[in-house]
Design a protein around this ligand. Sequence first.
Ligand code: FE2
Ligand code: FE2
Length: 161
Amino acid sequence: MAIVTDPLTSLSEDHQRILGILEEVRRGIAALSSGKASAEALATLRQSAQTLARELDLHSMKKEEEGLFPALTEAIGPAGPISVMLADHREVENHLPKLLEELNKEKPDAALARSHADVIIGLLPAHIQKEDFILYPTARERLSRPQMDRVVAKFRELDKE
Ligand SMILES: [Fe+2]
Ligand SMILES: [Fe+2]
């Protein structure tokens, strides 16, 4: 595991990985909706969705919400961009378990799985853009060295878990 020295760069690298997995989910859902998904394709889709959930848990719920956001809230306050990002996280947190639950059924309901996947697929790329181009640059500008050091320490602790 790479040692975190610049937490914001490491978060942006997570984003690229997450977008790649999201694309796998999008393709899997499209196949499922077409009614032509093989058992193997369904197994791959299940795995991709699980990987997405695992990545987002560490990235969004832990590194951002327990590491970056508290430090940034001290610097810029809780309103504005942070509250918008948190609302996006809650939306994903609402739909992703429902998607997993549906996909884990022996015969998933394609329309239902798609309705949950579509929310996530519609939301995450824009969310990531806002973080990469607005929130993280703000953090780079506004966090003091000690605040940034605290974020680094938190990330290292989370990477060890
Ligand atoms: Fe986020
Ligand atoms: Fe993020």
